[in-house]
Design a protein around this ligand. Structure first.
Ligand code: IVH
Length: 667
């Protein structure tokens, strides 16, 4: 019985997943998907012997790989010959045409800038995923790759019994930026670029983290015996029929070209438009379409003779490195920043460039007064990619990374395995103090109207605030004399501070700026412990028992609450009247305001969907599982499936928001 249901749910969930992620046409709501996934997870937990390797529960991650096995590639993972010159591309095409004779069709593809991956499918199931490694042997990262939603775990249609498909795992900009935003909020140093981060992510030991990062994969080549098709373009089309996400001609992600003009038109198009793509590319790949001609052309020792990559030139300029600043962030992380002689790059004047960390300076041996190469890649901040040592002065000396904080003189510390140095003086170091206050007032934290980074700076410099608790002691007479402050702006600031006393506990917890405690972690902690005292008194063991709280966060919390200065600030904040516990509004917990109403919830909400459903039940309502003429209300969340929306519209069902539902309940 369970076995049959596991089989059925696995197949259904894989199909829905394909419709959602690959075809972009969901047929069920997120809620129904989650419910089915939960049911499957429960059945698998109870009957692990029936769990299928293609189970969609693997996509959620959780498997830990201690050591990645080395796997020898059946077909070596070759690289492509490449060129930055259009002339050389033209020569390549001419050579093939002369060699083979007649008109040759080429397929033009994007050159995805990510990490190459080889996927082996046996009887339609993803058997293993292996990195490129040295081209001959790679590392098996199957558990991690299974978390990438666009990679099918089970194929459909007339797939060959055994084949390998290769592609590139990329970090889409949206997911990459979201990750960095989260890191910023949690006080962690930012990742430099999507490619390196994708490469680091795919080799992480905890597949749960991989699952949370939102990687994607584009496939570009199939290997196998007797595959039964004659053309590369046809093979890609077939892969689509088996369930892979493939580049579409309509998006111009792939195209065919019969002559050099058509090839160049494809290259030109993406040279102009690549910045609008949702992921990074570093060039265009041209491949002979016909397999027969491919095999006639064969390979050199390193590259196929039937394909070439045209690489886009990353715009690069030379300039002088004037000095290096060592900036101190809110958490004490030190970021070296290069001050450059101003130079034009990609339409803007560049004066500063990121140097990332001590290792980067050491690796490139970057020194003050050097002539450096600056590039603008996919990243927004330009970077130094090298040094022209030919023109280096003989008197130049190696850059000595500072051993003490440039702002407060405290010796810097660097933990093993960490890329950044830290200033540990978090109770006195000025940029850390200012940074903490700026974080505290942020929109997603205390959201203090009338107070921005500039005013914080002013108040800090005037000696009026030194920490977040000082904000609540500010008086009108102290603020009004400051430059640019007038009656209206002073009142607005003080009113904003007053209003922040009503900000809910979970946001206050996030606002405190405890290292690694971002928005989500704060919510989890607040929900679990209900008040600040309980968190403060919790042992490391109790902390890490909370879902998603690991050693790192636990230790950071223990450290924070062991610090007398922090405890003093917390006491003052509590005296000022900030919310230090969850407000449980009893009136909305139990009641009968929804008596006799059938309510369907769909999409994403502030509350968890289960909480919302419980609330409906507790107030006399009935939770409907699908929309029908019997549905009274549809509570509409974010990202609700289009099919459900249409059905609700067709049946003229009243749609309400989460807030409207809460209002109905509280009367
Ligand atoms: S085809 C034998 N197509 O670029 C040819 N490669 O140096 C196999 N890449 O290692 C590669 N986009 O990681 C091919 N559309 C594309 C590609 C692509 C990116 C990567 C791949 C390869 C490297 C070539």
């Amino acid at each position: 019985m369970s076995e049959k249901r596991i089989l059925e749910l696995t197949a259904k969930l894989n199909k829905w997943n394909h419709e959602y992620y690959v075809l972009n046409t969901p047929t069920i709501s997120d809620f129904d998907f989650d419910m089915a996934l939960k049911e499957l997870q429960k059945l698998e937990d109870e009957n692990p012997e029936f769990t299928l390797p293609s189970s969609p529960t693997k996509r959620v991650g959780g498997d830990i790989t201690k050591k990645f096995n080395s796997v020898k590639h059946k077909y070596p993972m070759l690289s492509l010959g490449n060129s930055y010159s259009r002339e050389e591309i033209s020569d390549f095409v001419d050579r093939i045409q002369k060699n083979i004779g007649g008109e040759i069709e080429f397929v033009c593809e994007l050159k995805y800038d990510g990490v190459a991956i080889s996927l082996t499918y046996e009887n339609g199931r993803l058997l293993r995923a292996v990195t490129r490694g040295d081209g001959t042997t790679g590392e098996e990262v199957t558990a991690n790759v299974k978390t990438i939603k666009t990679i099918p775990l089970q194929l459909h249609g007339d797939y060959p019994p055994l084949f390998e498909i290769r592609g590139e795992i990329v970090f889409p900009h949206k997911a990459f930026n979201a990750l960095n935003k989260k890191r910023e909020e949690e006080g962690e140093p930012l990742f430099a670029n999507p490619r390196n981060t994708a490469s680091g992510t795919i080799k992480m030991q905890d597949s749960g983290i991989v699952a949370s990062r939102g990687l994607d994969c584009y496939l570009y080549h199939i290997y196998g015996e007797d595959l039964g098709f004659g053309e590369h373009a046809e093979s890609i089309q077939k892969a689509s029929e088996w369930g892979f996400k493939v580049p579409q001609e309509a998006d111009k992600y792939i195209g065919r070209a019969k002559n050099i003009d058509e090839l160049m038109a494809f290259i030109d198009y993406w040279d102009m438009n690549r910045e609008h793509l949702p992921f990074d590319i570093d060039g265009i790949v041209l491949k002979v379409n016909n397999y027969q001609i491919q095999s006639e052309l064969g390979f050199t020792a390193k590259n196929p003779r039937w394909a070439i990559a045209y690489k886009f030139k990353a715009e690069r300029v030379t300039t002088k490195l004037i000095s290096i600043d060592y900036q101190v962030g809110r958490t004490g992380a030190i970021t070296p920043v290069a001050n450059l002689e101003p130079v034009q790059l990609g339409g803007t004047t560049v004066r500063r460039a990121s140097l990332h960390n001590a290792d980067q300076i050491e690796k490139l041996d970057i020194r003050v007064n050097d002539e450096v190469y600056v590039e603008k890649g996919g990243e927004i901040i330009p970077k130094i990619v090298g040094v022209n040592t030919d023109v280096r002065s003989p008197s130049s000396t190696k850059t000595l990374y500072p051993s003490t904080c440039p702002e407060c003189g405290t010796p810097l510390s660097r933990k093993e395995g960490e890329a950044h140095h830290y200033c540990t003086n978090d109770t006195e170091c000025p940029p850390q103090l200012k940074g903490k206050i700026e974080h505290f007032i942020g929109r997603k934290m205390m959201n203090i109207d009338g107070l921005g980074a500039e005013t914080v700076e002013q108040l800090f410099d005037a000696g009026l605030i030194n920490n977040i608790a000082d904000l609540y002691d500010l008086k009108y007479e102290q603020v009004i004399p400051l430059e640019r402050m007038a009656e209206k702006s002073t009142n607005k600031l003080l009113e904003g501070i007053e209003a922040s006393k009503r900000v809910p506990f979970e946001k206050v917890l996030f606002a405190l700026g405890i290292r690694y405690v971002g928005e989500t972690v704060a919510k989890k902690l607040a929900k679990h412990f209900k008040n600040l005292n309980a968190i403060k008194n919790a042992s490391l063991e109790e902390l890490i028992n909370v879902d998603e709280i690991g050693d790192r966060i636990g230790e950071s919390l223990i450290e924070y609450f062991a610090n007398e200065t922090n405890l003093d600030i917390l006491r003052r904040l509590q005296d000022a009247g900030l919310q230090f516990e969850m407000v449980i509004d009893e009136s909305i917990e139990l009641g009968s305001s929804l008596e006799g109403k059938t309510i369907v919830v769909s999409g994403k909400f502030e509350m968890s969907r289960n909480e919302l459903k419980k609330l409906i039940e507790n107030n006399g309502g009935k939770n409907g599982s699908s929309i029908s003429s019997k549905t009274d209300y549809l509570v509409r969340g974010e990202k609700m499936g289009p099919a459900k929306l249409k059905k609700a519209e067709d049946l003229d069902i009243t749609m309400i928001s989460e807030q409207e539902l809460l209002k109905m309940i509280s009367g």
